[in-house]
Write a protein that binds this ligand. Structure first.
Ligand code: NAD
Length: 456
């Protein structure tokens, strides 16, 4: 049985039977049988089910937000934000799928016609994370279903109730039961799923698990996409409005209790404004309301996973032992049964410290002083990750010059912690392989089939 607990207080919300080797296999076989008819249905029919799914999200938004908050500990207003943000992503897919997947005639001469058709991959596995289960799940299953695939969706064991809600809504919207199946369980069920001969593996989660997944399926030459973690840097130049930059970056570092793949995880500040920036940043952080996730005024909630408390404690102890100064937080909060960590700001940090090198995934930030743009770029690139990076400056040419040198899938000027459905979402190095979102994130759930047609 899988126990679903409330991370704010440890209370058990639900006990659910987990999928087994046999049930995973049965769901795979059923999906394999059901997929051709789903793919053969007109695209308009599939898009209509996605539109009804969107209507279902709107109709049940309050309940869905409450479920997400109860099992993940996401502050309730941020749960609503995620669901509202999801609507925009669905709208993008609804608007762009037909054009993106339309067959293209690329040659027509002397009785020879050449066309490219985008055909679905078949049955795909979608193994997902808990931190934004609607966003990261829908980035895969919405375009995958629209393109005619069947999807075996394994939500994170920390967002299982949300995963089941998604399944119920899709089925109520007209997606056949066997075309979208939810698998309940943790890593063991993920391993079972990968034993099945699926036609694509779409994973969102940590680098260590992503690497394991890539290794598990490598010999089968199956398409694999990995959306992994980050250690996302931002550089604050000396010409900024210090208070505005501090407010924006404090939010980028601490929103969702710092548990976003694109959370700001490292800040480099030009020495001329370093002290003023740090003062404004700490003031912002101290203004964040920590509290019960169901409370409308809460900004910082519990950590979703108990294991992360140790990671944050280790990063603080390591940094302080190596000379960092702790200006806020640095400790757990005494709230019985839950996993709570105070919003934490460290200065006088450097790259010998884990807090500047390893993904923190919590409400903690290291702020490092730099003397020049070149030093900032060198430090931003001194990482095994490459998801996002940002620069705050009033000077657009300087921003372009700096961001062109930074190795990251997404770069930000005067903004951070931002994802757009119109732009590809991808990471370099340990941040991943492949992409979701944008029109390329629709086409990625198909393969191009080449037609050579001679009429006589
Ligand atoms: P995780 O790697 O612990 O788990 C992710 C999923 O993999 C879960 O569903 C889990 O049950 C499953 N799993 C675990 N072991 C497995 C195995 N051996 N085989 C198959 N499946 C297995 O990650 P998490 O804690 O759920 O998510 C947090 C991580 O995800 C962070 O590193 C974060 O940065 C990253 N993330 C990345 C993006 C992105 O778009 N790049 C988005 C959200 C989260």
């Amino acid at each position: 049985m899988l126990s679903i607990t409330n991370p704010a207080n440890g209370s058990v919300i639900a006990e659910l039977p987990e999928d087994t080797h046999e049930s995973v296999h049965a769901k795979f076989l059923a999906a394999r049988r059901a997929q051709p008819a789903w793919a053969a249905a007109p695209l308009a029919t599939r898009l209509a089910t996605i539109r009804r799914f969107r209507d279902g999200i709107v109709a049940h938004l309050e309940r869905l937000a409450a479920v997400l908050t109860s099992e993940v500990g996401k502050p309730i207003r941020q749960s609503r934000n995620e669901l509202n943000g999801l609507l925009g992503r669905i709208d993008f897919f609804l608007a762009e799928t037909e054009r993106t997947l339309a067959p293209r005639a690329v040659f027509d001469e002397g009785g020879m016609i050449e066309t490219i058709e985008q055909v679905p991959l078949g049955v795909v596995a979608n193994i997902s994370a808990w931190n934004y289960p609607y966003f990261v799940g829908a980035n895969v299953f919405v375009p995958a279903l629209a393109a005619g695939n069947a999807v075996l969706y394994k939500p994170s064991e920390y967002a299982t109730l949300t995963g089941l809600e998604i399944g119920n809504l899709l089925h109520a919207s007209g997606v056949p039961q066997d075309v979208f199946a939810v698998l309940v369980g943790g890593g063991r069920v993920g391993i079972e799923l990968l034993k099945e001969p699926v036609d694509g593996v779409f994973f969102t989660g940590s680098y260590p698990t992503g690497k394991r997944i890539a290794e598990a399926v490598a010999g089968r030459l199956t398409k694999v996409q990995l959306e992994l973690g980050g250690k996302d840097p931002t550089y604050v130049c000396e010409d900024v409005d210090v208070a505005a930059a501090a407010a924006s970056l404090a939010d980028g570092a601490m929103y969702n209790t710092g548990q976003s793949c694109c959370s700001v995880e490292r800040i480099y500040v030009h020495e001329r404004i370093h002290d003023a920036f740090v003062e404004a940043f700490v003031q912002e952080v101290q203004g964040f309301k920590v509290g019960e996730p169901a409370d409308e005024t809460t900004y910082i909630g519990p950590l979703t996973r108990s294991q992360q408390v140790k990671v944050l404690q280790m990063q603080v102890a390591d940094a302080v032992a190596k000379g960092a100064r702790l200006l806020a937080g640095g400790h757990t909060l005494d709230r019985p049964g839950g996993h709570w960590f105070a919003p934490t700001v460290l200065v006088d940090v450097n790259h010998d410290m884990a807090v500047m090198r390893e993904e923190s995934f919590g409400p903690i930030i290291g702020i490092q002083k730099v003397g020049s743009d070149d030093e900032a770029v060198r430090l931003m690139n001194d990482t095994e990750y490459g998801l996002t990076a940002g620069v705050y400056t009033r000077d657009p040419a300087r921003a372009r010059r700096l961001l062109a040198q930074v190795n990251a899938g997404s770069v930000y000027w005067n903004c951070c912690d931002r994802v757009s459905p119109r732009l590809p979402w991808s990471g370099l190095k340990h941040s991943g392989l492949g992409l979701t979102l944008s029109t390329e994130g629709i086409a990625t759930f198909t393969r191009p089939k080449a037609w050579h047609l001679r009429s006589a």
